[in-house]
Ligand binder design. Sequence first.
Ligand code: AMP
Length: 421
Amino acid sequence: MNYNKKTVYDADVKGKKVLVRCDFNVPQDKKTGEITSDKRIVAALPTLKYLLEQGAAVIACSHLGKPVATFDGYVKKQVEKGRNEADITREEWEKSLKKLTLAPVARRLSELLGQEVIFAADTIGPDAQAKAAALQPGQIMLLENLRFDKGETKNSPDFAKALADMAEVFVSDAFGTVHRAHASTAGVAAFLPAYSGLLVQKELSIMGKALDNPVRPFVAVLGGAKVSDKINVINNLLEKADTIIIGGGMAYTFKKAQGFEVGQSLLEADRIDYAKDMIAKAEAKGVKFLLPVDNYCAAEFSADAEPVLVEGDIPAELMGMDIGPKTVEIFSAAVKGAGTIVWNGPMGVFEFDKFANGTKAMAKALAESGAVTIVGGGDSASAVEKLGFADKITHISTGGGASLEFLEGKELPGVACLLDA
Ligand code: AMP
């Protein structure tokens, strides 16, 4: 996969209409619809400001949540949830869409930019078309939620072309969706010259370098619930890393593969052979493969459970919930001399305070390592932020799924479609 892509800085945008795919998929209060964190809108500002300063007319677009674009689709989904088809009304569906309008994002973006953000009431409809046609250099508009049109997630060429027809240049700045081949993330690039925005550019340069040409030793720290979610990540990193550290729920399948008892811990029995193979492969390749040697366990999966420190075999009635102090010491030491560290997935059930210590200790070890540190999105990113180490990490990825697929070495459709540098 080529990560070396042309950026907005390479694009001639003066006086041109530029379609910018942003990630405005902001969290909202379920009842009031109020935006509870504007972090993603703030993160989009550098690219948008740059384009406006260059005299572009900016057409921003994004998805928000998971609206169901057709009434039939909505009915199907509700029936799958166990509801009676006769109870489901068109009105209710329309209400569900209204909740996911991007209008509040347009207002917040306008406050942050200090200029008007023209809001289009549709995506490629008459309102969007008219407003895009009238848009002047230095002005910015935002289209309505792209997923209100079923062509978006289906990557319909017609929908992509209609989006593209409003503009002359495409800028991709929503890293969180580059692993998806949707109309606004990949499809439009068939019709417009496509450049990376500054957010995507940063992700590609830091993560791309870490994977292709890391400062060594290169240490990968993997955790989280399931081995099965991270198989491709482990496969890919075994080819690149010097050390692989495994914590979290997924560690117990590996411990079982080593012949230890794991009690009630998370275990994927159908992955034990895979785990054995990986341990053997790491050994053959000279990759250090580190697993927990002690664990804080609990008798039940609960925030109030009393942590019990266990070394070696875990008794039948207990489950591993966090890595223990000896493990923290070993993992921290492995991280200490690293040149590059990539971290994806918590070391334990960090949502429960009593079992957050291992994750906290790893966050601290990364922060103090002096290495290039990259934290994948999702849970590990929120752990680092929650624990207050965010500003000591080189890069926290903005895309959970996208950064995982990046680590898998997969081709990302929203990146592959951009012009090569
Ligand atoms: P993932 O989405 O795969 O990164 O997994 C994150 C989830 O894994 C978090 O919600 C953690 O609570 C959970 N997790 C981490 N360690 C354990 C464990 N030992 N047992 C059960 N769940 C765990």
